[in-house]
Design a binder for this molecule. Structure first.
Ligand SMILES: *Cc1c(COP(=O)(O)O)cnc(C)c1O
Length: 404
C-alpha cells in the first residue's frame, strides 16, 4: 500500500496568496461595478527588455537549425551564462567565485524549495520573522519543522527571529542554536536590509556555530544604499558558511520566463563533505536545466543594453516605491522599506490586525495589499504594499487610501 508524505497534512490551510485571491474574487463578484487595484502580489508588470527579447529570438532561430540546435543543457548551466554571472555579479565586487560554484536553475523559488533535500531532517532551522513563506513551507514538507501550532500560527521546531520596528528589522541572535539560518536581504516583505557590518556579525556567528546561512538575494538589484552588501560573499568568511540564491525575476522581469542561480562554495562543508558536491549530485539527477533559450535571455541581461534597460525598469518601480513611502508618511502612517526594495511595510493604523486592515482597504478603498501576519507571527500589525504596479494605478490607489 502506498503512503503519502504526511508532512503535507500538517501545512496550514492554503498559501497566503490563494487566500487573498479568494477574498478579492468574492468581493468583485458581490461588487461588479468596483475597480479593484492590486498593490498586493509580488509580481513584476513591466515587459521584458528589448535586449532580452532580441536574444530570445536569436536563440529560438538557433534551435530550428541542426548546426545550432541545443538539447539537454549542462547540469550546472551553460558556461556563457555562468561566466557572465561571475564577472558581473561577483568579480565586479571583488568577490571570487569559481565556475563550478554557480548552479543555474529555473528560479529562486525552486532553489529554496529544493535546497532542503541536501540537509538532514533533524536540522534546526531559523528564519527572520516575517519572511518569504517558501522557506518554512518547504522545510515543513520535508519534515524539519515539527508541529504546526494553530493558535500561534507558527511551527514548534522553527526558531523565529523577530524583525520589527523595535529592533529596526535587524534580528538578534536566537537563544537556541540553529543549524540552518535563512536570511533574505533586501527582505521580502519588510523591504529592509542589513548593513555590511550587521551581516558580517551573522557570518561570524554561523561560522562559530557551524551553521549554514541560506541567503536570498532576489532583490539585490534594488539596493541603492552603499553600505548594504549586494552579496553575502562580500563578508569575510562567508564562503565557509553561506549559500546564496539569486533570481532574474525581480531585476529583469523573468517571473514568467524562469531563471535563477545558486552559489554553493566548495569550502562550505559539513564534517568534511562539501555541500557543493551534494548539490551538484542533486542537480545531475533531479534537474533538467533551464532551457538554452532562457539562458541566452539571461546572458542578455548582462549586455550593455540589457543592463541599461533593466536598470530603467527598476527605476520605474522604485519611483512608485518612493511615492508610496512619501505619501503614506504624509498621511500619518509609519512606513519602512521602499528604499532598497520594491516593498513598503507599514504599521496598521491604531494597532489594527493585519487582516482587518486588509478588509478595510479592500472594501473601502478597493485596494488590495498583503496582511503582514501572512509572512510570520511578527508580521501581525503590519501590512505590505508593493511597487510593481503601474505609475497610474499606484497614484490612484494612494488617492483612495488618502480618502479613507
Ligand atoms: C520573488 C521571490 C523569489 C522568487 O524568485 P523566482 O526566481 O521567481 O523563483 C525568491 N525569493 C524571494 C524573497 C522573492 O520575493
Amino acid at each position: 500500500m502506498f503512503k503519502i508524505n504526511e508532512n503535507y497534512l500538517k501545512l496550514p490551510g492554503s498559501y497566503l496568496f490563494s487566500t487573498i485571491a479568494k477574498k478579492v474574487a468574492a468581493y468583485k463578484e458581490a461588487n461588479p461595478d468596483r475597480q479593484v487595484i492590486s498593490l498586493g502580489i509580488g509580481d513584476v508588470t513591466q515587459p521584458l527588455a528589448p535586449a532580452v527579447i532580441e536574444a530570445l529570438h536569436r536563440a529560438v532561430d538557433e534551435m530550428g537549425a541542426a548546426e545550432t540546435f541545443h538539447g539537454y543543457a549542462p547540469d550546472l548551466g551553460y558556461e556563457f551564462l555562468r561566466r557572465a554571472i561571475i564577472d558581473n555579479d561577483y568579480r565586479s565586487r571583488s568577490v571570487d567565485i569559481a565556475l563550478d560554484e554557480v548552479f543555474v536553475s529555473d528560479g529562486a523559488k525552486s532553489d529554496s524549495g529544493n535546497i532542503v533535500d541536501i540537509f538532514a531532517v533533524d536540522n534546526r532551522i531559523a528564519v527572520t520573522d516575517p519572511v518569504y513563506p517558501v522557506y518554512v513551507d518547504s522545510n515543513a514538507m520535508s519534515g524539519k519543522t515539527g508541529e504546526y501550532i494553530k493558535e500561534k500560527e507558527c511551527w514548534s521546531n522553527v526558531i523565529y527571529m523577530p524583525c520589527t520596528a523595535e529592533n529596526n528589522f535587524v534580528p538578534h541572535f536566537p537563544d537556541e542554536t540553529p543549524d540552518i539560518i535563512y536570511i533574505c536581504c533586501p527582505n521580502n516583505p519588510t523591504g529592509t536590509t542589513l548593513k555590511k557590518e550587521e551581516l558580517q556579525k551573522w557570518v561570524d556567528y554561523a561560522n562559530d556555530k557551524k551553521a549554514v546561512i541560506i541567503y536570498d538575494a532576489a532583490y539585490e538589484a534594488y539596493i541603492s544604499e552603499s553600505d548594504v552588501p549586494h552579496s553575502i560573499y562580500e563578508c569575510d568568511g562567508a564562503k565557509t558558511c553561506a549559500i546564496e540564491m539569486r533570481s532574474f525575476s525581480k531585476n529583469a522581469g523573468f517571473t514568467g520566463t524562469r531563471l535563477g542561480f545558486t552559489v554553493v562554495p566548495k569550502e562550505l562543508k559539513s564534517s568534511g563533505t562539501s555541500l557543493n558536491q551534494l548539490w551538484a549530485r542533486r542537480h545531475g539527477t533531479k534537474f533538467n536545466g533551464a532551457p538554452y533559450i532562457i539562458q541566452r535571455a539571461g546572458e542578455a541581461v548582462y549586455s550593455e543594453a540589457g543592463k541599461a534597460q533593466t536598470k530603467q525598469q527598476i527605476a520605474y518601480y522604485m519611483k512608485n516605491a518612493s511615492q508610496i513611502r512619501e505619501e503614506l508618511t504624509n498621511m500619518g502612517y509609519t512606513v519602512f522599506g521602499g528604499v532598497n526594495a520594491p516593498y513598503i511595510w507599514l504599521q496598521t493604523p491604531e494597532g489594527m490586525k493585519s487582516w482587518d486592515f486588509f478588509d478595510v482597504l479592500l472594501e473601502r478603498a478597493n485596494v488590495v495589499g498583503t496582511p503582514g501576519s501572512g509572512f510570520g507571527p511578527s508580521g501581525e500589525g503590519y501590512f505590505r504594499l508593493t511597487a510593481f504596479g503601474s505609475a497610474e494605478s499606484t497614484a490612484q490607489a494612494l488617492e483612495r487610501i488618502r480618502a479613507l
